[in-house]
Design a protein around this ligand. Sequence first.
Ligand SMILES: CC(=O)N[C@H]1[C@@H](OP(=O)(O)OP(=O)(O)OC[C@H]2O[C@@H](n3ccc(=O)[nH]c3=O)[C@H](O)[C@@H]2O)O[C@H](CO)[C@@H](O)[C@@H]1O
Ligand SMILES: C=C(OP(=O)(O)O)C(=O)O
Length: 430
Amino acid sequence: MEQYIIKGGHPLVGEVEIGGAKNAALAILAAAIMTDETVKIDNLPDVNDINVLLDAIAGIGATVNRIDRHTVTINGRGIHDFSIEYDYIKKIRASYYLLGAMLGKYKHAEVALPGGCNIGSRPIDQHLKGFRALGAEVEIEYGKIMAEAEKLVGKHIYFDVVSVGATINVMMTAAMADGLTIMENVAKEPHVVDVANFLNSMGANIRGAGTDVIKIRGVRQLHSTEYSVIPDQIEAGTFMFAAAATRGDVTVLNVIPKHLEATIAKLEEIGCEVEEFDDAVRVVSKGDLTSTHVKTLPYPGFPTDMQPQIGVTLALCKGTSTITESIFENRFKYLDELARMGANVKVEGNSATIEGVEKFSGARVSAPDLRAGAALCIAGLATEGITIVDDIVYIQRGYERFEEKLRGLGGIIEKVETEKEIQKFKLKVG
Ligand SMILES: CC(=O)N[C@H]1[C@@H](OP(=O)(O)OP(=O)(O)OC[C@H]2O[C@@H](n3ccc(=O)[nH]c3=O)[C@H](O)[C@@H]2O)O[C@H](CO)[C@@H](O)[C@@H]1O
Ligand SMILES: C=C(OP(=O)(O)O)C(=O)O
């Protein structure tokens, strides 16, 4: 099993290029099968989740051509199989987007119940409510969701909870339903807007993405397009908190600063200097940082996907910080690991109280999920000793060349697999 080994205690300094947004790209790839024409998608992150989804799309008969690591063409004309059994697909969350896409285009879809990070119970009732409202019959049997419709007809849908997945999924189906769909209480995340823009570039008629109400006038057919995925605000934020925690000076390149507002506000609150450019943000962290309070919320609130990264940073800030996790009930597991590195934390229900410490000590820790894994690497980079992070397969789901990008900022981090490699690293770093 691959691990990261880290020798920390050095400020991260320099520039890092941010890739395309995983969570936008996954939905866009699924939506690409909704036309028989060829779609070209650029700025894809080269991460495991994307590769699993591309294999699944090829597996049902679409033609998938990799132009390079970040560009792909997809042609859905050959799709002959509307049932996705593929073993890996159920492990990724975004497998549910094939349901919305296939239901919209073929009026029939069967997809294994989705997986994704184990950060809470993660129901999909709002997705199913939306499909049913549009006229689909939906059943769950043998771990599979089966959706079928003779005809899909636009409806007024009010979501009971704000869900990124349900908003995008039902939007995809409604894009090819008859008539007008009005979706209320929808998610406003940048990736919701990106998927709407992508579908519109294929000929869909979607208005209001990025606000609380999305209106979709269904169209009969979608057509070819060329599209570039937006930058990943979570990858960018991860490097920004890595700069803060290591008392570094890092500029994230190829970002949309507007998408990073909640992150920038928290970095400034704890005492970092943040400079915004057209498509870059520089974070400078000098001297003592101070505590703050964080509550995760749907966009434009502070993202739950950035909660572990700020948590690790706050554990090294002076004073008492609190974090309220209001989206997922099981996203504090990384704090147990951090406690093994010397953090002073207490979790009660959906709140964590963090008493800042001056430094951590290196330890062997496990990545409990994707963002938590990245956050534990930040902890290791901020720690003078040696830290080993196990289960990095989670990190590889969503970060491209993570260790290489950190090394580019002066971080001492290597991917290792054997005890011999660990010893070699220790000898090298002294
Ligand atoms: C692949 C992907 O894009 N994953 C992201 C997506 O996950 P995901 O789409 O699973 O998250 P949602 O936005 O749907 O979940 C938000 C909240 O709504 C609840 N809920 C959701 C759907 C539903 O049918 N019923 C229901 O009750 C969830 O339990 C959660 O409490 O958005 C999350 C919130 O920004 C991010 O953390 C994930 O990284
Ligand atoms: C939780 C995440 O992903 P997923 O929803 O795919 O588990 C994430 O991207 O942080």
